[in-house]
Design a protein around this ligand. Structure first.
Ligand SMILES: Nc1ncnc2c1ncn2[C@@H]1O[C@H](COP(=O)(O)OP(=O)(O)O)[C@@H](O)[C@H]1O
Ligand SMILES: [Mg+2]
Length: 293
């Protein structure tokens, strides 16, 4: 058995995303989720142990549970059903990979916010707008919106994604596509929000990606993971404050307090920050998959 995919890379070239290694198999992709951590679009030198398995497991569960809302790219996560060249790497791939349908990625990050936080709070505090849209309601930090907001951004190959308004989105794509992405993103958010609330976790906001395949739009990438979502503990939740978070926000807060200026190479993370991040990811994994890593 091989320990890593480095040997396979010599035979079959992969493309590296910030977190995933992507093997192009023609009509399919093998997505392998690493333990890499990225924040503020920078990849950190230290892995978070088990993070790859956690993200892959959560996404698999969510893809299976949301098919009634929208079809998705998932084919299988059984290594024996992957093309044969991957079989010798079973030990590494098991639990951290999935075979998916290759789609044409729709170049928007479809963000849904149920509560005002992060960049939306910053923008609102400055200009009373979110994604350029006027917010007439008086809001405090972390407050729940009367209904979830769809706040897309562009998906940039290089550098930071740019927040756009739904109106900007309409200018860049067909109206029915924009309408479909908005409707499905909100339905997926509501599904995740209700599921998590049963476990005393608030899904504050989350991001989805979609791809098109043979005229159909499907959910791709990952869904409702701590990399793509903000999770809060109901017990910590208080309007006017930024709640303790089960996700990357924990790392983001640490980085902001450490005085790091987003310069590269990214700094090493202290062992206790790594351990606490891992624990938070594990808690969400346990709730969604009903399993332990
Ligand atoms: N079914 C799919 N078809 C095509 N591309 C996909 C599919 N699922 C995910 N992707 C793309 O694969 C990449 C996943 O790797 P990741 O490390 O998450 O990348 P990023 O650095 O862009 O976040 C993303 O660019 C995502 O858009
Ligand atoms: Mg990604």
């Amino acid at each position: 058995m091989f320990e890593t995919l480095k040997e396979l890379d010599l035979v079959k070239q992969s493309r590296q995303g910030k977190v995933r290694d992507i093997y192009d198999l023609g009509e399919q992709l093998l997505l392998v989720t690493s333990d890499r951590l990225s924040a503020f679009d920078v990849v950190f030198p230290d892995p978070i142990p088990d993070k790859g398995r956690i993200l892959n497991g959560i996404a698999t569960s969510i893809f299976k549970a949301t098919q009634h809302i929208i079809p998705n790219h998932f084919i299988t996560d059984k290594v024996e059903e992957y093309p044969e060249e991957f079989h010798p790497f079973k030990e590494y791939l098991l639990g951290r990979s999935m075979l998916v349908r290759k789609t044409r990625v729709i170049p928007f990050e479809c963000i849904v916010r149920g509560y005002i936080s992060g960049s939306a709070w910053k923008e609102y505090a400055k200009t009373n707008t979110i994604g350029g849209m006027m917010i007439t309601e008086e809001m405090q930090e972390s407050q729940k919106f009367s209904k979830p907001l769809f706040t897309p951004s562009t998906k940039e190959e290089e550098g930071h994604d740019v927040n756009i308004s739904y109106r900007d989105m309409l200018a860049h794509t067909d109206e029915w596509i924009a309408q479909f992405l908005k409707e499905k993103s909100i339905a997926l958010y509501n599904f995740g929000h209700d599921m998590m609330l049963e476990h005393n976790i608030i899904l504050a906001d989350t991001k989805f990606e979609f791809g098109s395949l043979n005229g159909e739009i499907v959910l791709i990438d990952e869904a409702l993971t701590p990399d793509s979502s903000r999770f809060w503990d109901v017990e910590d939740y208080e309007i006017g404050k930024s709640p303790r978070s089960y996700d990357k926000q924990f790392i983001r807060d640490y980085l902001i307090h450490s005085g790091w200026q987003s310069d590269t190479p990214a700094p090493s993370l202290p062992p206790d920050v790594i351990a606490q991040t891992r624990e938070k990811y594990q808690q969400i994994y346990k709730i969604i998959t009903k399993e332990t890593v």
